[in-house]
Design a binder for this molecule. Structure first.
Ligand code: ADP
Ligand code: ADP
Ligand code: MG
Length: 498
């Protein structure tokens, strides 16, 4: 009998997990949410469990009692939570275990400890990791927050202990605005995470986000798979990620990697996990948090190491021994991931919903596409706006940037605005090209005007004009040469569509 693996997630990550399930000869089960009854991932599953959603804003992917009930009815052996949703919910992991279902991730106790950033930080400091100066634990109220902030000096960042996905965070520049920010962040955290506890950190002015990928088994073996740089963020959410990071020397990589392993071992960690650091311009770095799940940006690590992280995540959940040793991990070339979100970058990244009339992804030997949509798919307002990830491998950073840019020019989507034109701007900007960009790039450098010549509709109109002109003047396929060869490919693709 094949093992049954239920995926409590949707979109691209559901398809990614189905791929691993099949590779490991398991049956993949998914939920059909009535918020998204025709989603692409349903086509690849071996069994579809129809699941009426609980209420207006609660989807099946968050409905713990129903998930457990349906999993038991369908004789599920394993549950993969993906990212977001219940992936870092200790009660859910514990309930799976109590019902004899193998939760693919670390133990409920580890998820709980790392889920509270203040607890994680106190454990990290015990393992000798440097911390951003800040409060030792939660601060009880706005008054205490103000007193503490005045001691360490402004600006500070107020963070929700239980926060995630960039939510429950406020940068506070002066004592006057701390009260208001404390309340709004705490309320937001209470609503989103069921816990309004806040703590304080010194706000680093121009940092980089550097994270280490960890992989451990249940027998005490832990390795790291190098770092990813995820400094290109908007509202504390990642948009572009790369691996490795140009900001680390081999020496520093080894030092931070050893530290990540030491921390993971000190807490008895197993499964995949990510240890996030924040790094100053002078190279000093501090532990920020640990994510106890597969990360959105895991493909960049897979591309440069050749290690299949989700396969291993499942295998170690089945008690298998990690057969990879640290020395087996070799970094090959460079990889960049661009998140394709249906958001309008010219209009404060407002979410776009509706039909994807036509979508075309770049196709070549060095590009990996992870997506949950095809032409004709509907983007609903109920879920995250990320519809795809374009991941490109190059022999070095320069090569990777060039190839990613070409891939982004080959991408086309008719019907909705996306973050792709924005990513094209970033990849051509000197601060990105020189690897000097920080988490503040969007705030400090980006302006919507930068997109004027990158707008997909503009390029589409230009392409149509060229085609019309060339046909009218009988120039046949003598299309002009552009800055990027792939634009020609794109123009030709358009031509076929028109
Ligand atoms: P990563 O470091 O993997 O990018 P994020 O913090 O961006 O992690 O979160 C991963 C994804 O999960 C994002 O798309 C985010 O919007 C979503 N997410 C985070 N927390 C939640 C949550 N509590 N419920 C639903 N989705 C969430
Ligand atoms: P989340 O759980 O939402 O991912 P993190 O603690 O990982 O929260 O922080 C998310 C992002 O916020 C970081 O990647 C970084 O860009 C920014 N950030 C967090 N802490 C600080 C800090 N002390 N100073 C400056 N930026 C910070
Ligand atoms: Mg984080």
């Amino acid at each position: 009998m094949k093992q049954k693996l239920l995926i409590v997630n949707r979109g691209e990550i559901a398809i990614r997990i189905i791929r691993s399930a099949h590779k490991l000869e398991m049956s993949a089960l998914v939920f059909q949410s009535d918020k998204e009854p025709d989603a692409l991932y349903l086509q690849y599953a071996d069994e579809i469990i129809p699941a009426k959603d609980g209420g207006n804003d609660k989807s099946i992917f968050l409905d713990i009692p129903r998930i457990i009930q349906l999993a038991l009815e369908h004789k599920v052996n394993l549950i993969h939570p993906g990212y977001g949703f219940l992936s870092e919910n200790p009660e859910f992991a514990a309930l799976c275990a109590e019902n004899g279902i193998n939760f693919i991730g670390p133990s409920a106790a580890l998820i709980k400890e790392m889920g509270l950033k203040t607890v994680a930080k106190s454990m990290a400091v015990k393992a000798g990791l440097p911390l951003v100066p800040g409060s030792d634990g939660p601060v009880t109220n706005a008054k205490a927050a103000r007193e503490f902030a005045e001691k360490i000096g402004f600006p500070i960042i107020l963070k929700a202990s239980a926060g995630g996905g960039g939510r429950g965070m406020r940068i506070v520049e002066n004592p006057e605005s701390i009260e208001r920010n404390f309340k709004s962040a705490s309320d937001e955290a209470l609503a989103a995470f069921g816990n309004g506890d806040m703590f304080i950190e010194k706000y680093l002015q121009n940092p980089k986000h550097i994270e280490f990928q960890i992989l451990g088994d249940k027998h005490g073996n832990v390795i790291h798979l190098g770092e990813r740089e995820c400094s290109l963020q908007r509202k504390h959410q990642k948009i572009i990620e790369e691996a490795p990071s140009a900001s680390l020397t081999t020496e520093k990589r080894n030092e931070m990697g050893d530290m990540a392993i030491r921390f993971a071992k000190s807490i008895g960690y197993f499964s995949v996990g990510t240890i996030e650091f924040i790094m100053n311009e002078d190279g000093s770095y501090y532990f920020m948090e640990m994510n106890t799940r597969i990360q959105v940006e895991h493909p960049v690590t897979e591309m440069i190491t050749g290690v299949d992280l989700i396969d291993w995540q499942i295998r170690v959940a089945l008690d298998q021994h990690l057969t990879l040793r640290q020395d087996d991990i070799k970094i090959n070339g460079w990889a960049i991931e661009c998140r394709v979100n249906t958001e309008d970058p010219q209009n404060r990244f407002s979410p776009q919903t509706g039909f994807i009339d036509k979508i075309h992804f770049p196709q070549n030997s060095y590009t990996r596409i992870e997506t949950g949509v095809v032409s004709g798919s509907v983007v609903t307002p109920y879920f995250d706006s990320m519809i795809a990830k374009i991941i490109v491998h190059g022999k070095d950073r320069g090569d990777a940037i060039e190839k990613t840019l070409a891939a982004l020019y080959e991408f086309s989507l008719i019907g909705l605005k996306t973050t792709v034109p924005f990513c094209r701007i970033v990849l051509q900007h000197p601060e990105f090209v020189n690897a000097k960009y920080t988490t503040r790039w969007v705030d400090q450098v980006f302006t919507p005007e930068m997109l004027e010549n990158e707008d997909d509709e503009m390029i589409g109109a230009l392409a149509a004009t060229i085609m019309y002109a060339s046909e009218y003047l009988q120039l046949s396929s003598d299309l002009p040469t552009y800055k990027h060869d792939s634009l020609n490919v794109w123009v030709l693709n358009k031509r076929l569509n028109y």
